[in-house]
Design a protein around this ligand. Structure first.
Ligand code: HEC
Length: 190
């Protein structure tokens, strides 16, 4: 008996959602599921002058996890970075190890694994003018600038490395440079 009462109630509820009049919407039990409240991502947005503007980030917006690099390209930016730009990373084994790994992948073909400017491409005569790091008065800031924008014949590497990886490579370049420097004369001590 109880079952048939339930069945009748269920049928009445179901039928109440039907209508012959197509001009009026039928009853919707969960309208938010069918009718989107916000604007569609690729739809027209009448609130924007440019109907697609909702996809363009506002001027000055910074993507999550990204920091803008405030030093411009060119000589002025290079000189500013040379003197003022400092690494945010502490020098430690982990940073040095990953710096070496990235350097060996992206830089050693030209600069050589030791940074002496004798990479494979130089030895094969395919690329010229790669300096020995010990012959350049470079700082952590200038190295970062060069990785970011490139310099003369060297192309930019900003898109190949994350910000952290760039600074790790900087640490490795500085280590290579120190290793290439002639050892200080110890006789003065004795
Ligand atoms: C295709 C070859 C090539 C690759 C790859 C390359 N470089 Fe260079 N690099 C050069 C050349 C050529 C120069 C000399 C540019 C100049 O000063 O005229 C140079 C110069 C430099 C200098 C010295 C610039 C200065 O301020 O005097 C640094 C530091 C440097 N590169 C770091 C790197 C690092 C780090 C990488 C890898 C992320 C790298 N390079 C990848 C060719 C290359």
């Amino acid at each position: 008996m109880k079952k048939s009462v339930f069945a009748i109630v269920a049928v009445v509820i179901l039928l109440s959602a039907c209508s012959r009049d197509r001009s009026k919407p039928n009853m919707q039990y969960m309208p938010d599921m069918y009718v989107s409240v916000p604007y569609e991502p690729y739809g027209i947005n009448p609130k924007m002058a440019d109907s697609l503007a909702s996809l363009v980030p506002p001027t000055g917006a910074i993507a999550r996890g990204k920091m803008p690099f405030e030093y411009p390209t060119g000589t002025d930016g290079y000189n500013a970075a040379l003197t003022n730009l400092k690494s945010p990373l502490p020098v430690n084994e982990e940073n040095l190890a990953n710096g070496k790994k990235m350097f060996d992948i992206y830089c050693a073909t030209c600069h050589g694994f030791k940074g002496d400017g004798q990479g494979k491409l130089v030895q094969n005569g395919k690329f010229l003018g790669v300096p020995n790091y010990k012959d350049r008065a470079i700082t952590e800031g200038s190295i970062y600038h060069v990785i970011y924008y490139g310099r003369n014949m060297m192309g930019p590497h900003a898109t190949l490395l994350t910000e952290k990886e760039r600074w790790q490579v900087v640490q490795h370049v500085q280590k290579l440079r120190t290793d290439l420097m002639p050892a200080p004369v110890a006789s003065a001590q004795k």
